[in-house]
Design a protein around this ligand. Structure first.
Ligand SMILES: *Cc1c(COP(=O)(O)O)cnc(C)c1O
Length: 360
């Protein structure tokens, strides 16, 4: 596999050696080894401190989509009302996913280059009285961070039973307070700010979400229910990916040893630095307000006289990989992923120096 010395893709992010080493594995089946259960419990505890929650956490094998789907299927039944806050590919996508489970999905939609307006969301909640509100913390394809705390207040004010938040691209890099913000289903992946390899989806589940999961009774590979007592019963619904969970522990240790507040501050600083340099180069950020630009990924408009394919090829020739975008933004927007182990001014500067040379 060709390696690029300057990794700036907004996930999967570069994996530090210590995380790779921790994931080296040549022994036995996790579900019959006591050490696995101790490790799983430790990983859950470390994840809880990173996303600031006291809720139990399920660690599932699969891409982050496994928990995005699993949390919907485990809590929704036909006829349930879902209000989906959508500002980008994942927000609108989650609404489509919910529609496969209930016809009662209402979208509070915004443009892809803006964050959600919490007051509009509150008005929609008041009018629609949903059972669940869904939203995305950081919209990775468009580099927008959404006001989860403010929407959480509206969720609480109107007594919405379930608040579902895709925090895959924000957790461990952007401010996130799962319990203070009233998040019932906080969805995570291993390969963004954690900088562990892809392949795990994690979800923190509140007490009222567990109660709903029991009522819904969904069964399937992505069902959350078996994880409620998996540790107590030492019974997992499938062979756990022990190597991946071991890597995730090392990834959590990286964040916690640097200090969560310091890691979050670094992401904000690196993002501000990135925006400043892009401005100096005359490039336009994609989010219309700099305040809506995520601390973990910066989305930029592809310069008019260039195609993304051309820019990508020339960046790669300089050893730099950034990300294109997907959905309606494909070809129009590219992204600098300064998240997790990539949140370093030196890494970003190496990428931006190459970019400056190419567009000069
Ligand atoms: C990456 C990402 C996902 C999906 O993660 P996969 O591991 O690719 O399934 C979901 N939501 C957001 C916001 C993401 O950035």
């Amino acid at each position: 596999m060709k390696r690029y010395p300057v990794p700036l893709v907004p996930g999967p992010t570069t994996v530090p050696e210590a995380v790779l080493d921790a994931g080296r594995y040549d022994f036995g089946s996790g579900d019959i080894e006591a050490e696995f259960f101790y490790q799983y419990a430790r990983v859950a505890e470390k994840l809880r401190s990173i996303i600031r929650t006291r809720h139990p956490i399920a660690v599932m094998s699969g891409e982050a989509m496994v928990v995005l789907w699993g949390a919907l299927k485990s809590t929704l039944s036909p006829g349930d009302r879902v209000l989906s806050v959508a500002t980008g590919v994942f927000g609108y996508g989650i609404a489509e996913m919910a529609r496969t489970l209930t016809s009662e999905v209402k979208v509070v939609g915004f443009e892809y280059d803006e964050a959600a307006d919490a007051e509009k969301v509150a008005a929609a909640i008041e009018a629609f009285r949903p059972k669940m509100v869904t939203m995305v913390h950081v919209e990775t394809p468009s580099g927008v961070v959404n006001p989860v705390a403010a929407v959480g207040e509206a969720v609480r004010a109107f007594g919405v039973p379930l608040f579902y938040v895709d925090a895959v691209a924000g957790a461990g890099g952007a401010e996130l307070a799962t319990d203070d913000w009233g998040i019932d289903l906080c969805l995570l992946g291993s390969q963004k700010c954690f900088s562990a390899p892809p392949g795990l989806g994690m979800v923190a589940v509140s007490e009222r979400a567990w109660a709903q999961i029991d009522r819904t009774g969904y069964q399937g590979y992505d069902a959350l229910a078996p994880f409620r007592q998996a540790l107590d019963r030492r019974w997992f619904p499938y062979t756990p990916a022990w190597h991946a969970i071991a890597g995730l522990e090392a990834a959590c240790d990286r964040i916690l040893s640097l200090g969560l507040d310091s890691v979050i501050r670094t992401h904000a600083e690196v993002a501000a630095h990135t925006r400043r340099r892009l401005g100096e180069m005359g490039l336009s950020l994609f989010p219309r307000r700099a305040a809506d630009s995520a601390p973990t990924v910066t989305a930029v408009r592809v310069p008019e006289r260039m195609s993304w394919a051309d820019l990508d090829r020339r960046l790669r020739a300089e050893g730099v990989v950034m990300g294109g975008s997907i959905g309606p933004l494909a070809g129009k927007v590219f992204r600098i992923g300064h998240m997790g182990a990539q949140a370093h001014v030196a890494t970003v500067d190496a990428g931006l120096d190459a970019l400056a040379k190419i567009i000069a």
